[in-house]
Design a binder for this molecule. Structure first.
Ligand SMILES: [Mg+2]
Length: 277
């Protein structure tokens, strides 16, 4: 096990965190340069793309697609998107990248680089609960706000005025209150919305299943921003580099923190250089 680095508990503030992060990062990049194979695992929203009130317009930060293309061209890294969104939504946002491997819906769907797609089944009891959730939300007058996803149902209040948003949130919580504590389900809060979905797979399960088939020398990193990414950070613990990517620091199990877009692009360019060497 590699040592853990308690970033905030040091009490040294940003400068200490930064110097620690720089040291961890340069060591990782050295190992990446020497490695014959590597894998770059990336969450999508907020990590690669800034928040947008219209989900289908949440394009990556400028420069992200170009540098990912170079990393793929170098043919020494697998690049895998691990997202809570359905697989279908991600491809159009990352054009012209193709041959991307995507684990969508937190790992319930898998699109392989060769285009093969599979979706994993969910249990009948959980499926029943999710369709009950849909009925309850429709009865609460929220049909316009619902998104049915593989293994989950989400309610969105992006871009709404504050008062209306509060009303939608309250009605959602009331409608789902009978279901949230059922086994096999979990409630996720995300930027301006809430989702009730199957507890497993989560991103941690997905990362563990990806790692299971890897040879030891493969260098791995996972970049993510939100609470669902913490499962992946913990799954990667001691096996690879976990990276929190978000505008503000928060307590995390990730080893280092990058502030997008500048530090994110810099990280990806270092990765490109390491695998192109
Ligand atoms: Mg995200």
């Amino acid at each position: 096990m590699s040592p853990r680095y308690p970033l905030v508990e040091f009490g040294g503030g940003d400068s200490l965190r930064q110097s620690h992060g720089t040291a961890v990062l340069s060591k990782f990049m050295e190992q990446l340069t020497a490695a014959s194979s590597s894998m770059l695992l990336l969450d999508y929203d907020v990590t690669l793309a800034p928040f947008h009130t219209e989900r289908h317009l949440a394009y990556p930060y400028p420069g992200v697609v170009a540098v990912l293309e170079k990393i793929l061209d170098a043919a020494r890294s697998r690049v895998i998107i691990v997202t809570g969104r359905p697989v279908l939504e991600i491809g159009p946002l990352l054009r012209p990248l193709n041959k991307l491997e995507i684990w969508g819906s937190h790992g319930l769907e898998h699109l392989m680089a060769d285009g093969t797609y599979r979706q994993f089944p969910i249990g009948p009891e959980v499926a029943t609960s999710l369709s009950q959730a849909e009925s309850f939300l429709i009865a609460a007058g929220l049909s316009q706000r619902i998104e049915i996803k593989p293994g989950g149902i989400a309610v969105h209040w992006r871009g709404m005025p504050a008062v209306e948003m509060e009303s939608v949130r309250t009605r959602t919580q009331r409608a789902l209150s009978a279901l949230v504590n059922q086994s096999g389900l979990r409630q996720l809060e995300f930027d301006e919305g809430l989702e009730l979905r199957v507890e497993h797979p989560n991103k941690g399960d997905t990362v563990r299943s990806i790692l299971r088939d890897l040879g030891d020398p493969t260098r791995v990193a996972f970049l993510g921003d939100d609470l669902t990414d913490e499962d992946a950070f913990r799954a990667l613990h001691s096996r690879g580099l976990s990276v929190l990517v978000r505008p503000e620091y928060r307590e995390t199990d990730a080893e280092i923190w990058l502030e997008p877009p500048g530090e994110l692009i810099d990280f990806l360019e270092q990765w490109r250089d390491a695998v192109s060497a």
